[in-house]
Design a protein around this ligand. Structure first.
Ligand SMILES: CC(C)(COP(=O)(O)OP(=O)(O)OC[C@H]1O[C@@H](n2cnc3c(N)ncnc32)[C@H](O)[C@@H]1OP(=O)(O)O)[C@@H](O)C(=O)NCCC(=O)NCCS
Length: 296
């Protein structure tokens, strides 16, 4: 008898989905802002300060002007709120650290990128998962007072209207450049004129732009009161404008507090520093020399 080979078992085809290499999860991001002119911002900052890390509390206590302290507290709170939303973790369980060159990060969350900015009446923070992020907010009048040659490339200058009509696009370019240098972590050491921006073709208005300086998509928008805000993301398209959080709402702590309180609550900060400074100090909003003076 000749042995007959057993028929090979029919091979079941793997579903198409199993043959497709898994794609990296889509990056997620959030850009949040606070308007310090909205009621409740100082009270919110006072309540938030003791919940920040010891390092942040100490850094904020060293700031001379109450408004700077309020802006810094709220920017950190926004960063923690955004991180909390992306991670699904109470913000009070998260803490911020600071890398050697100044880039902020969320402790024990290396896959999150964080960026913060504060100027005048605004605090802004952007957080992204799976890509890098940079954000900036600027007052138009401060940038319009700068000479073009201090921060713009010849190509940018030739594409701009005269300063009298062109304060806003100039401020937008400044904010875009600063957002790009925060995204890379270089900061203004990068040199503003090394970071040339081109408005993206096909976009209406001056809202989306790219730079050969770093990979990524950038958007910029105007904010009430003569400000602009720019955001850059390396792995996704940033939103066209930040989402505003209201500090006046009694539920501004978006998540319940964890039982052990916030990170490193050791009470070394001066929680009164935000509100009890004499009025004259609060009013002393002297326009400091713009940062470009020290880096260009
Ligand atoms: C980063 C930099 C562009 C911020 O500019 P700014 O207009 O003063 O401040 P903004 O409000 O826009 O941003 C401040 C935030 O940027 C972040 N930041 C600081 N250094 C950063 C860096 N290298 N990369 C990314 N983000 C940085 C911090 O979160 C900071 O917030 P904090 O001061 O509350 O901690 C600027 O400080 C810089 O380039 N620093 C590095 C160069 C330097 O130290 N020069 C000496 C002074 S000119």
């Amino acid at each position: 008898m000749t042995a007959r080979a057993e028929p090979a078992p029919a091979r079941t085809l793997a579903p198409a989905s199993a043959l497709t290499p898994p794609r990296a999860p889509a990056p997620k991001s959030l850009v949040l802002a606070c308007d310090l002119q909205a009621p409740g911002s100082e009270a919110a900052a006072r309540a938030i300060l003791p919940r920040l890390s010891t390092g942040d509390q100490e850094r904020i206590a060293r700031l001379g002007r109450p408004a700077d302290r309020t802006r810094s507290v709220l920017a950190r709170w926004l960063a923690l709120q955004a991180a909390s939303q992306l991670l699904g973790t109470p913000w009070t369980a998260l803490g911020l650290g600071r890398r050697r060159l100044g880039t902020p990060y969320v402790v024990a969350q290396p896959h999150l990128s964080v960026s913060m900015a504060h100027s005048g009446r605004y605090a802004v923070a952007a957080v992204a998962l799976g890509g890098r992020v940079g954000v900036d907010v600027e007052e138009i009048s401060r940038v319009a007072a700068l000479p073009d040659s201090a921060f713009l490339t010849p190509a940018e200058i030739s594409a701009l209207p005269p300063v009298r009509q062109g304060g806003e696009p100039r401020a937008m370019l400044w904010a875009l450049k600063e957002a790009a240098t925060k995204l890379t972590g270089e900061g203004l050491r990068a040199g503003m004129k090394r970071v040339g921006f081109r408005w993206r073709s096909g976009t209406r208005g001056l809202s989306a732009a790219r730079t050969p300086y770093t990979a990524g998509e950038f958007t910029v928008c105007r904010l009430p009161g003569g400000y602009v805000c720019a955001v850059g993301m390396s792995a996704s398209t940033p939103p066209s404008a930040p989402l505003f959080l209201e500090t006046e709402r009694s539920d501004f702590f978006m998540y319940p507090e964890p039982e052990n309180g916030g990170p490193e609550p050791d009470g070394t900060a001066d929680p009164d520093g935000l509100a009890t400074a004499p009025r004259s100090e609060q009013d002393a909003e002297e326009p400091d020399a713009h940062i470009w003076l020290s880096v260009n």
